[in-house]
Design a protein. Structure first.
Lengths: 332, 332
């Protein structure tokens, strides 16, 4: 029975999920052992996963039973069935592990990755994210959903088949809350959205700009945590990812289709995390936040210093990374 | 020239250290290639490291030139020579990378780890930490020092030879600041130190207690981020690690000497981070904080969810981990 426990002295939480101890742990170290014939995410193996929540078809994969498929995580960190049951004294605090933990299987094909997928298919995946999030938003106990991809063992993936995950939470995690606080304060001081200002500044100076199209801009952020960290920022201001219309989703998918091969040419096949940042469900009308995607290559390890300080040490200035990616783009 | 850049929307910083790009990166993936004859931390190879800052001798290693040795990191994240040079507009902010980055080589012997070291030697290492921190405290531009150990490649170590690191910073990192804020608030509300209260509670209930002696207590914290996370808490209240007297240091070293073999018996040879948590230099007289050590085994990877939310998913309740370690201790 999962629970959330609050860390001493901090407004930060830990999910205690004893069921996850049963996960196939040997896959943690290397993904090469995950073969297609035993892969739970491959078509014809649907019976070994929990039942489908939703699936999406496409012309590109017309011969397959589905093109994208959402299922509950077999080893969920949180479950919709849990009672909230808050417990608190001044020292320790916990709540029930209410929430949702879903897997979005992003292709019927085992040996693929976002880099090999078409923009049309990437748009289908982003659309699936939107639909799953919109569905979960109906549960009033849930405050927000985190959508993320772990690509490669070093980025925390335990199965090789291309997939992303959604964790819906009964609270706003401190990582997101800190961003919201900063964005609200900036808006209060200036009357503007900080990410709109960042977009404007980066498009003007161009020094950290990678590529752009009518829908979005790919930028190496000023304070990149890792070499070649990239943010994908929709050009129009909106805090609510769920309100993104099909043309915006398609435009962002096209930008990702162009970006990933450049990225991979620059730093080689690398493990990475991709995270969607957007407003919590109960703050969707707030004007101060701007949804976006953050793409973090995992070229180093999170070590003792980073764990305790939240300070990351990055040897590659974002200007250098962006210039390199722009050069590669201009040669295509 | 290292710089600190502030992350957009956040009170969190990134150290931009281009010189660190020259580090021997092939060692990142596995430490097995680091052989004693080419190891920069072995005696007789002192010429290939920056010059010694301080060294300590001991009877145990009477035949060696030194038992513990502190040197500047060859690829420093921060340097004392840097000017502070703050630059700020409302959107982006940076300061010069002023600070110190030292390596404490913890034994002249290449093939050893804290688990094989005697309590006497561990006390010498903790004493070296204390002295290095006390020395750096003299520089008024530095606000605090983070002392940490990365053991094993998965925990971020790049060299196999047993060592720890000290990074002194011109600011208080958000990870520590959040703890200080929580501790100050608890003290304001209750008139007591939260860690003193935690100590009392854990010694009374015993359910998360691992081992203890007259100097300190080893506890699996209520909201453990990873399976078998352990905190080592000095029994007497003190926020200033530098004020620890030799008998306290010796008592803590004895506790660590007993704890590590139990820990290793329970979870096998595992990569880990050990971090010292203590007050910043300019707050040493504050009554609300209690210095301690946090020991984090690196059994999983930090993935997209953890990066973006600061929420960790842990399958092993701290009560289960503590009971297992107590059982192992009782059989010795």
């Amino acid at each position: 029975m999962p629970k959330l426990r609050k860390r001493l002295l901090l407004d930060e939480w830990v999910i205690l999920a004893p069921e996850r101890a049963d996960r196939p742990r040997h896959l943690d170290l290397s993904l090469s052992s995950a073969k297609a014939d035993t892969c739970p995410f491959c078509p014809e193996n649907e019976a070994i996963t929990p039942p489908t929540i939703a699936s999406w078809r496409s012309e590109e994969f017309a011969e397959e039973p589905w093109a994208v498929r959402a299922i509950p995580n077999k080893f969920p960190a949180l479950r919709v069935e849990e009672p909230v049951q808050p417990h608190s004294d001044r020292l320790y605090e916990s709540i029930g592990g209410v929430g949702a933990h879903e897997v979005i299987i992003e292709s019927p094909h085992h040996d693929t990755s976002w880099e090999s997928l078409s923009a049309t298919h990437l748009a289908l995946i982003l659309g699936a994210w939107r639909q799953r999030m919109t569905d979960l938003r109906g549960d009033r106990r849930l405050r927000c959903a985190m959508l993320f991809k772990n690509h490669g063992a070093r980025a925390g993936a335990t199965l090789a088949h291309v997939h992303s995950q959604l964790i819906a939470l009964p609270l706003v995690p401190s990582g997101l809350q800190a961003e919201l606080d900063g964005a609200r304060e900036y808006f209060k001081d200036t009357g503007r959205c900080a990410i709109c200002d960042m977009l404007k500044r980066e498009r003007q100076s161009g020094e950290r700009l990678v590529i752009e199209n009518d829908a979005a801009v790919a930028v190496a952020p000023y304070a990149s945590r890792t070499p070649f960290e990239i943010w994908i920022l929709p050009r129009d201001h909106h805090g609510d990812f769920m309100a993104a219309d099909p043309s915006l989703v398609a435009g962002i998918a096209e930008l990702i289709e162009k970006l990933l091969p450049l990225w991979s040419e620059a730093i080689g096949p690398v493990a990475y995390n991709l995270v969607l940042h957007c407003l919590p469900f109960d703050l969707l009308d707030e004007p101060y936040y701007h949804w976006h995607l953050e793409l973090l290559p995992r070229t180093g390890q999170v070590a003792g210093f980073e764990w305790s300080s939240n300070i990351y040490i990055n040897p590659t200035p974002s200007e250098v990374a962006a210039r390199h990616l722009r050069n590669l783009a201009s040669r295509r």
